[in-house]
Design a protein around this ligand. Structure first.
Ligand code: MLC
Ligand code: AMP
Length: 466
């Protein structure tokens, strides 16, 4: 039986010339479908394909094209350096496909009203049954960092995306009457799944500002705004920009904790209490404040419809947040052990976040179980990944990376290194070139040796203050 399309609004027939704007370029749904059709025709039959996810109409067309063809898309950070790109392409087995938005095609001819599942079923009828590839039913493979080792590919199905977007549309009263504005990267859940696929499912007009600057947010005249706390901190410091958002319907913050002072400043300048929501690449968004409900600083609201949460082994009500529901991932690509380890024996996903739940169901995220997973500017960065990159520099003998509290970024990446004959700037640039710019240490401290315990294991807690 044919599944309903994921991008309901894109295929519904209603169109407008300015349906999608990304970084100053605008197109209608029809134009987007034409460009996506060309991508779909090119990638049809491939096991998966990768795209350099610049903030552009090309990236939107690539992702829609993947959905049309039923081929999983692997978005790469546009500035992903040598080590990161090589790892993701090798690990995923995906080939990088360049996209030209000017190229248009029907895929298959005349099938503009149908989308993915029916088309995929037709195109793949002579191929192995769904699930026979390591990608299973994945629509997207999003790479995300763990505490150690290189990033893992998170398999995200069309069904999980649909369930999440519908739950969010309900929670935020998000409809085709909205104009969604944001400037977030298009290779993570926030900017891509919510910020692009959400608009194409609900039918809200999308304005992606290229970069998430306060001025661009102010100029966009939207009704619904998405940002990470760093973006909201910058908006709150730009009084004119913040006041320009007074006419919006809803300001939404997520991907990292929104500091209470930023919540209060936004409230004072825009008149809006921001809606906070919580999620992960592996679970999509699972907990959120409601458009019609209470919004409190330091709280991320209640579980979305269809999601169950629990606090494991609570001490004074605080413990690891665990979740279940239809928005969860299908596993880490090619890593069954890591997938199994991320679940409890009784089938709950272990978020690694430490939380409490008020009697009325309001969740508060109070920290993370591991300090080796850093959140900087809303990006998730594994300390081990940055340490490995630093150790790849010939002058570096030892490296320990931590996240230090930072007023704008939430945490900043700080590297402690034992090295000779290399400057801090050289090491920062080295990591930016190997991994990507947002994974670079912003501060590098040189030590004669790393503090270690009697067993010789480095002790990050004994590192000197930044
Ligand atoms: C600086 N630059 C360098 C460099 N140092 N370039 C090369 N080498 C170096 N050593 C350049 C950059 O290219 C960039 O240029 C500029 O300096 C600033 O770069 P930056 O460090 O990225 O900017 P910054 O201001 O710190 O970014 C803040 C930010 C960003 C908020 C814009 O952190 C951001 O986009 N965060 C969003 C992360 C996100 O979406 N996370 C969601 C994960 S999903 P130029 O020209 O480009 O300006 C998730 C689930 C959920 O968490 O719950 O949502
Ligand atoms: P990522 O996999 O990049 O999506 O990052 C997921 C992590 O971001 C979660 O495990 C949390 O630590 C953090 N996170 C996301 N949203 C929030 C929020 N609203 N408040 C606090 N932490 C958050």
């Amino acid at each position: 039986m044919a599944e309903a399309p994921l991008l309901t609004a894109l295929h519904a027939g209603a169109d407008r010339a300015d349906a999608v704007t990304v970084d100053g370029r605008t197109c209608s749904y029809e134009e987007l479908l034409g460009a996506a059709g060309a991508v779909a025709r090119r990638v049809a039959g491939a096991p998966a394909f990768a795209v350099r996810a610049t903030a552009s109409l090309e990236t939107v067309a690539a992702v829609v094209g993947g959905l049309l063809a039923g081929v999983p898309v692997v978005p790469l950070a546009p500035d992903a350096g040598a080590a990161e790109s090589e790892h993701i392409l090798r690990d995923s087995g995906a080939q990088l496909v360049p996209v030209d938005f000017a190229e248009r095609a029907d895929f298959p001819a005349g099938a503009h009203s149908a989308e993915a599942a029916p088309i995929a079923a037709a195109a793949h009828s002579a191929e192995p049954a769904a699930g026979a590839t390591p990608y299973g039913d994945a629509a997207l493979v999003l790479y995300t960092s763990g505490t150690t080792g290189p990033p893992k590919g998170v398999l995200i199905s069309r069904a999980a995306i649909a369930a999440d977007l519908d739950a969010l549309a309900q929670a935020w009263q998000w409809t085709a009457d909205d104009t969604l504005v944001h400037g977030l990267p298009l290779f993570h859940v926030h900017g891509l799944v919510l910020g692009v696929l959400g608009a194409l499912r609900t039918g809200s007009r999308l304005v992606h500002t290229g970069r998430p600057t306060p001025q661009a947010y102010a100029a966009a005249g939207g009704s619904l705004y998405f940002g990470v706390p760093t973006v909201w901190h910058r908006v709150a410091r730009d009084e004119a920009a913040a006041r320009a958002l007074a006419g919006a319907r809803l300001l939404v913050s997520g991907s990292a904790p929104l500091p209470a002072p930023v919540f209060r400043d936004l409230r004072a300048l825009t008149g809006h209490r921001p809606v906070e929501r919580y999620g992960m690449t592996e679970t999509l968004i699972t907990v959120s404040a409601r458009a019609a409900g209470e919004r409190r600083p330091g709280a991320v609201g209640s579980a979305l419809p269809g999601i169950a949460t629990r606090i494991a082994d609570p001490v004074d009500g605080v413990g690891e947040l665990q979740v279940q529901g239809p928005t969860l991932f299908d596993g880490y690509l090619g890593r069954p052990e890591a997938t199994a380890a991320s679940y409890t024996a009784d089938g709950w996903f272990r978020t690694g976040d430490i939380a409490s739940v008020d009697p009325d169901g309001t969740h508060r995220i109070v920290g993370r179980a591991s300090t080796d997973l850093i959140k900087s500017g809303g990006y998730r960065i594994g300390a081990g990944e940055v340490e490995n990159a630093l150790l790849g520099h010939p002058a570096v003998r030892e490296a320990a990376v931590v996240g230090a509290p930072h007023p704008d970024l939430g945490q900043e990446i700080v590297a402690y290194v034992v090295a000779d004959g290399v400057s801090a700037a050289e090491l920062t640039d080295f990591v930016a070139a190997q991994l990507s710019v947002h994974k670079r240490p912003r501060t590098v401290r040189f030590l004669a040796e790393l503090p270690r315990n009697a067993m010789g294991k480095p002790q990050k807690r004994l590192l000197p203050p930044v």
